[in-house]
Design a protein around this ligand. Structure first.
Ligand code: M7G
Length: 330
């Protein structure tokens, strides 16, 4: 289970090429919506040749596949989406039922739903690098203990050299991508942010609601950089983010899990807003830090995140893990 979760997390931790693909697809989709119809994109998967199933989960109904499109490497993620209460009437009335067995009051069927009620969320990384392919392979995780000293001698130099591109973040902040999706924006350069649906959320149902708030400030990498100077920013995101979600989705703050990841995949400060009860990838205790705790910790100790030992999981193939090993810290 943990490995599938790690892989689901990795879906979002793609390189720039992936972001470009996604942005292109979204832009087309958005254009389609403006025309009053959803655009039908060219089927780039029509000639997809499967090389290997990298991993899958029958329970989560997700599969990560490595293959080729026009002789170039590609990774495709197929994920069945949750049922939606508002489409049940349509589903029952417009599907066909094939009986498999009947015994007393018990019967089982194969229900064949019409295509519009049977969609599969599909993420394509193409052209994919070796790094993409490796990310989705079954991997063990290890818990790492990072002291203040480790952060400066091991993590920070690694992050500065190897972290994933932030172009997709800047595209959102500069209104070059996903503009239609923005739920709320506070344009203030110091305490402002953009709140929008996360890539992982198909926005079809609230059960798996997932939004991210991206700060306009560009120089805060992660939790480690936070000091009391950032309290107005964090409090602003917390309050206005909750207000915006209540207004748009009618979900009160008591139904939300608002947190930061450490380590994040992208080193530009952003806050995750998910629905309480939804086991979002990365909401586990070893990775998620509640925003309300972060605010209180900074209020009680200005150096809390600068000096504290932090714990987080790293996958076996993560280069940062090698660095911790080389330093004798694992
Ligand atoms: P993170 O804490 O850096 O790491 O979160 P994680 O990806 O391991 O969770 C970054 C968040 O940004 C994730 O929840 C991603 O799903 C989301 N995300 C990534 N990309 C490339 C995009 C994107 O292009 N658009 C949107 N809306 N969200 C994205």
């Amino acid at each position: 289970m943990a490995t599938t979760e790690a892989k689901r997390e990795a879906v979002a931790a793609e390189s720039d090429e992936f972001s470009h693909e996604v942005k292109r697809a979204k832009t087309d989709q958005e254009k389609g919506r403006e025309d009053g119809k959803e655009s039908q994109s060219e089927n780039i998967l029509a000639g997809f040749k499967t090389s290997k199933v990298l991993s899958d989960s029958a329970r989560e109904k997700i599969m990560f596949i490595h293959g080729k499109i026009d002789d170039q490497d590609a990774v495709v993620v197929l994920e069945k989406t949750p049922f939606r209460e508002e489409t049940l009437t349509d589903l029952f009335s417009s599907s066909s039922l094939r009986l498999e067995m009947k015994n007393d009051i018990y019967s089982s069927y194969r229900l064949q739903a019409p295509p519009h009620l049977n969609e599969i969320k599909t993420t394509v990384m193409y052209p994919a690098t070796e790094k993409h392919v490796k990310r989705y392979q079954q991997q063990e995780s290890f818990l790492v203990e990072e002291t203040e000293e480790d952060y400066h001698s091991i993590s920070l130099p690694y992050i500065e050299k190897h972290s994933l591109g932030l172009q997709w973040v800047y595209n959102i902040l500069e209104k070059k991508a996903e503009t239609e999706k923005v739920v709320y924006e506070d344009p203030d350069p110091d305490v402002g942010f953009v709140l929008l649906p996360d890539l992982k959320w198909d926005q079809k149902q609230l059960d798996n609601l997932y939004l991210i708030a991206i700060t306009h400030q560009r120089d805060i990498k992660s939790l480690r950089d936070l000091t009391p100077e950032h309290l107005p920013l964090l409090q602003n995101i917390f309050q206005k983010g909750k207000d915006a979600i209540l207004q748009r989705y009618n979900l009160p703050a008591s139904k939300l899990r608002v947190y930061l990841h450490y380590q994040p995949s992208y080193y530009h400060l952003h806050i995750h807003f998910t629905k309480l009860g939804y086991e979002a990838p990365g909401c586990c205790v070893e990775r998620a830090h509640l925003l309300s705790d972060v605010i209180q910790n900074l209020q009680s100790d200005p150096c809390y995140y600068k000096t504290r030992t932090l714990y987080f999981p790293l996958r076996a193939d993560d280069g940062l893990l090698d660095k911790f090993r080389e330093a004798g810290r694992l």
